[in-house]
Design a protein around this ligand. Structure first.
Ligand code: AMP
Length: 143
């Protein structure tokens, strides 16, 4: 199963923010959109970083409420692990497990083409297992 399969089901919309907006605004965006991370887009339209709820918790733990007025670029992760549409879901699971994060932006031809979360991966895996179980049951019943 490929990343393109997940994107066909969930769509390609990615919630993005600029690096200069305040952390408080990014927190509002996460809450309003009911998501766990935003991709930070640089001036050239490139992926400049990723900011997840964990970064906001860390920022508050280190800098207290002063963090909320500071720019997202202060707290985002700059070295972003990305994937392509033709990567397998097994590869994404490996990337997430090795990096200990739950979001992987999809980049195609240098452009942001979607995002895969651990929730998408788990959902797809469950559907796959259910399909396999149902095919096996049919096979056994037919015999
Ligand atoms: P998450 O599990 O996605 O909430 O993220 C946990 C930590 O990993 C945070 O510091 C994020 O900024 C960082 N992070 C999330 N996704 C990625 C990614 N694809 N590449 C690199 N770091 C990431």
């Amino acid at each position: 199963m490929l990343v393109s399969h997940i994107l066909r089901q969930k769509g390609r919309d990615v919630v993005t923010v600029g690096p200069t907006i305040a952390l408080a605004e990014a927190a509002h965006t996460l809450a309003k959109r009911k998501i766990g991370a935003v991709v930070v887009i640089g001036v050239k339209g490139d992926v400049a970083g990723i900011l997840s709820e964990r970064d906001i918790v860390n920022a508050l733990a280190v800098d207290g409420t002063h963090a909320l007025a500071r720019a997202v670029s202060t707290y985002m992760t700059r070295s972003v692990a990305t994937c392509g549409e033709r990567d397998t879901i097994d590869t994404i699971m490996e990337i997430m497990t090795d990096g200990r994060f739950r979001h992987v932006p999809v980049v195609e031809g240098g452009r942001l083409a979607g995002i895969v979360s651990i929730g998408d991966v788990v959902k797809t895996r469950i559907e796959e297992s259910e399909r396999e179980a149902s095919a096996l049951k049919q096979y056994i019943a037919a015999g």
